[in-house]
Design a protein around this ligand. Structure first.
Ligand code: LFR
Length: 493
């Protein structure tokens, strides 16, 4: 995405330079990311964006990369990769987590109290355990100076600048001390890995250095272009772009809606009480050092997986068609737990959704429309439950839910969300992650002063739209049904 900041007061315009699909690939060494394809597409995007900028006579000042969180690669000082980065959805990670937690003094609650991160199987900490067990030679053969690089950090290193780990993403590793904002070196040492594998930490907005001269020549860019770390965790970038300037603190929650639904509030400091753990909520770091107190919810991954599975079964639908089928299906027929562990791994969506419904004593969804509606309504019910839990655990009194990210394009989900939570939903930009990324880069270049100023630019540039809830008795009954279902045991396969 190319961002152009102009005018006084400043506004941001966005131009899509390049978009591509990519998927993890199965290999005997695990489910891995095709990093060279990502790199090639990234360079294509930079080239196209730079051409657009040149044609508009706008100087290209900086480049910054964000991706999903937690995934990493080992990179040697020369930029060589040691092994391919694994995709966080590799099923091995859950086993490694369970083994690690069994031996961890203080158990899972102790670890949560220490780091404040939801103990997801895919946290970098557990991935490292899994990888050390399956590929000990990888670490043993690493040359001096090798670092663990989260994916955006690796791409920044390849673009130029230097290898450093940006703090919002570092917090997702489960290895960052939430109070000092530094690595928890004692925890890392307990993995039996060399201490110098951990890179230096930097804050979002840090200018990492100029683009590599070879790349500037290859892409026909000025050698002055800087590599600037945004909030490299996509969710942190999106939350930075929350159109929240005019909402009173403590009266709004956000939903970063995409493959995952990340629903939460901003807090001054982490909240790691046993009640927060029980949900669980996570405490990730945000731009400006505040805490993103949020819950990872299954998200539109459920629909993506359903669509893939239907296609394999010979029924091909676009997302819009699937949403239309869901719209005409019977309301609140089947409710499931959208966070059931089985749903997080790829494959077999229809069988898993039906098994969950049947185990919960719910009518089994048969048609594509019934299956899709079950996913969307279950998500909306989980959003409602999560807002209630936020109000129980924090002083926040939520009047509005700010929704942003690709999920805002799903009108049905927006309507169901407003109905389920019984509050208005404000729809912000669908490209919130790119917007937050760009504006934090601008802050790093000294063009914007603060997070407040970033949000003012977002509000001026991308007007929000309001969705009013429709009061409904049916939803009130569905809440108790949902509570019972998520309390019930989920099938394990
Ligand atoms: C969203 C996201 C979530 C993170 C998950 C895995 O894209 O980054 O915040 O928990 O992906 O990395």
């Amino acid at each position: 995405m190319l961002g152009v900041l102009s005018g006084d007061p400043a506004t941001l315009t966005l131009e899509e330079a390049h978009r591509f699909e990519h998927e993890p690939l199965w290999t005997p060494a695990g489910l891995v990311w095709d990093l060279t394809t990502l790199w090639r597409e990234l360079l294509t995007g930079v080239r196209k964006g730079a051409t657009t900028a040149r044609q508009a006579s706008v100087p290209l000042r900086s480049i910054g990369v964000d991706t999903w969180a937690v995934d990493w690669a080992l990179v040697s000082p020369g930029g060589d990769l040691l092994g391919l980065p694994r995709c966080y959805r590799d099923p091995r990670h859950a086993l490694a987590r369970d083994r690690f937690l069994k031996e961890y003094p203080g158990g899972v609650e102790g670890l949560y109290e220490r780091i404040g991160i939801q103990p997801q199987p895919f946290n970098t900490l557990f991935q490292l355990v899994a990888r050390r067990e399956s590929s000990p030679a990888l670490f043993a053969s690493a040359p001096a100076g090798t670092k663990i690089a989260l994916l955006p950090d690796l791409l920044h290193d390849w673009l130029g600048g230097r290898l450093a780990c940006e703090r919002t993403n570092a917090s997702s590793t489960n290895l960052l001390d939430p109070l000092t904002g530094d690595w928890d070196r004692a925890l890392f040492a307990s993995l039996g890995l060399a201490a110098d594998l951990l890179p230096d930490l930097v804050d979002p907005g840090t200018v990492l250095g100029p683009i590599r001269p070879e790349l500037a020549a290859l892409l026909d860019l000025s050698a002055e272009v800087q590599i600037v770390a945004p909030a490299t965790h996509d969710t942190a970038s999106a939350v930075a772009a929350a159109p929240a300037l005019n909402a009173d603190p403590g009266t709004w929650a956000y939903l970063s809606s995409g493959t995952w639904s990340l629903l939460g509030v901003e807090l001054d400091k982490p909240l790691t009480s046993p009640a927060a753990f029980a949900v669980p909520f996570t405490n990730e770091r945000g731009v400006g050092g505040q805490t993103r107190f949020l819950r990872n919810i299954g998200g539109l991954w459920l629909l993506q997986e359903l669509r893939r599975d239907l296609r394999q079964a010979g029924e091909t639908y676009s997302f819009a068609e699937l949403a239309e089928l869901a719209r005409s299906a019977e309301p609140l027929r089947t409710v499931i737990d959208p966070n059931a562990a089985v749903l997080a791994e790829p494959g077999d969506a229809m069988r898993k959704l039906r098994a969950l419904a049947s185990a919960a004593g719910e009518p089994v969804p048969e048609s594509a429309g019934q299956l899709a509606r079950c996913c969307l309504e279950s998500l909306a019910l989980c959003y409602a439950q999560t807002i209630d839990l936020i109000e129980t655990l924090t002083p926040a009194r939520i009047e509005t839910l700010l929704v942003f990210g690709g999920g805002v394009k799903n009108e049905l989900l927006n309507e169901l969300t407003a109905a389920a939570i019984g509050r208005p939903v404000m729809l912000g930009p669908s490209e919130a992650t790119a917007i937050g990324n760009l504006l934090v880069q601008a802050q790093g270049l000294g063009l914007i002063e603060s997070l407040q100023a970033i949000r003012a630019i977002v509000e001026r540039s991308f007007p929000s739209r309001r969705v009013q809830p429709l009061a409904s008795e049916a939803w009130r009954a569905a809440h108790s049904r949902y509570e019972l279902i998520v309390g019930a045991a989920a099938p394990t396969s």
